[in-house]
Design a protein around this ligand. Structure first.
Ligand SMILES: NC(=O)C1=CN([C@@H]2O[C@H](COP(=O)(O)OP(=O)(O)OC[C@H]3O[C@@H](n4cnc5c(N)ncnc54)[C@H](OP(=O)(O)O)[C@@H]3O)[C@@H](O)[C@H]2O)C=CC1
Ligand SMILES: CC(=O)C(C)=O
Length: 317
């Protein structure tokens, strides 16, 4: 099946499908089928990460769909991310090679520094001090980035980018890099619209990729009384106006802002529903209305890592 997913052009001339499948929290026992379903439905962009603990199962799905002749490797855009414990420059290439081996791929389309924050190197992905706080490493993301440029030059990935970087961190990176990041993958939805960081990145010709676009209702730290974006009455009303579901309005909101968007689902009907967003556009007034829901409602705050010198959320954007 073919979906009419537009491509977004990076400053380097390469392109990324504007819509893809997220895989955080997709359990090893369900993610293979979800990725297979998504590819059958027409998804061509899959967002992965070593820390999600399911790249082998994602790789199985990709291998099967290529073997079945549904897609070729070139049809797919696969992203992965360097976890915080691998920021020392000599760890970057081995970390990427581990991801490539898990995903059954010879190259990635995009490799991101997952967070500017570095954790103590070692086998534990979440190393802790005796008081339970995260154990940080002194690795500077500028040095990590130089190693990212190295794996790009070796052809192990077609593009490199960042995730969860604030404007000051991007400015510092731009002053110290040879290759500019193609994207900054950040949390973005109506309760955290990221207007300033989005405008800042646009000005630098860095594409925004919006994560948790549906409000991440399955995030492990969700509390029963937390506001539920997908149940927001204002979005339900907008959905009626466009004859679309709240999820489809939330995803279209990102597309109409020029962002790339990567909703996660392991449910076939929702994987299909989320892709049925290429036959309408939100009117500018409705985009402005949705913008007005902003309440600085960050749902991925990286709580506990505030002590890192590279914690990204200590400044307004
Ligand atoms: N760079 C980073 O630091 C981060 C990156 N990400 C990336 O972004 C992706 C998306 O963000 P994520 O936090 O997972 O959350 P999302 O906002 O995509 O929400 C996912 C949740 O919404 C449910 N859902 C999906 N579609 C629908 C629908 N149509 N109607 C109702 N419920 C629906 C899913 O349920 P079900 O699966 O049961 O169908 C799941 O519980 C991640 O999976 C990951 O790839 C996310 C967070 C941080
Ligand atoms: C989900 C994710 O990518 C985090 C928490 O880093």
């Amino acid at each position: 099946m073919v979906l009419n997913v537009p491509n977004v052009k990076f400053y380097n001339g390469n392109t990324i499908p504007q819509f893809g499948l997220g895989t955080w929290k997709s359990k090893p026992g369900e993610v293979t089928q979800a990725v297979k379903d998504a590819i059958d439905i027409g998804y061509r962009h899959i967002d992965c990460a070593h820390v999600y603990g399911n790249e082998k199962e994602v790789g199985e799905a990709i291998k099967t769909k290529i073997a079945e002749g549904v897609v070729t490797r070139k049809d797919l855009f696969v992203t992965s991310k360097l976890w915080n414990t691998f920021h020392q420059p000599d760890l970057v290439e081995p970390a990427l090679k581990k991801t490539l081996s898990d995903l059954n791929l010879e190259y990635l389309d995009l490799y991101l520094i997952h967070w500017p924050i570095a954790y103590k190197e070692g086998d534990d992905l979440f190393p802790k001090n005796s008081d339970g706080s995260p154990e940080f490493s002194n690795a500077d993301y500028i040095d990590t980035w130089k190693a990212m440029e190295g794996v790009l030059n070796k052809g192990l990935t077609k593009n490199i980018g960042v995730s969860n970087f604030n404007s000051e961190q991007i400015n510092r990176l731009l002053k110290n890099c040879t290759v500019k990041p193609v994207t900054n993958q950040i949390e973005c939805h109506p309760y955290l619209t990221q207007k300033k960081l989005s405008a800042f990145c646009k000005e630098k010709d860095i594409v925004i990729t919006a994560y948790s676009p549906l409000g991440s209702p399955d995030r492990p730290w969700a509390k029963p009384d937390d506001p539920k974006l997908l149940e927001d009455m204002k979005l339900l009303e907008l959905g009626k106006k466009y004859n679309k579901t709240p999820a489809q309005i939330l995803l279209r909101y990102q597309l109409d802002r020029g962002h790339v968007v990567i909703p996660k689902s392991v449910t076939k009907s929702r994987i299909a529903e989320n892709s049925n967003i290429f036959d309408f556009q939100l009117k500018p007034d409705d985009i402005a209305y949705i913008d007005s829901f902003d309440c600085n409602g960050r749902i991925c705050p990286m709580t506990g890592s505030e002590g890192s010198p590279y914690f990204p959320f200590a400044i307004p954007f």
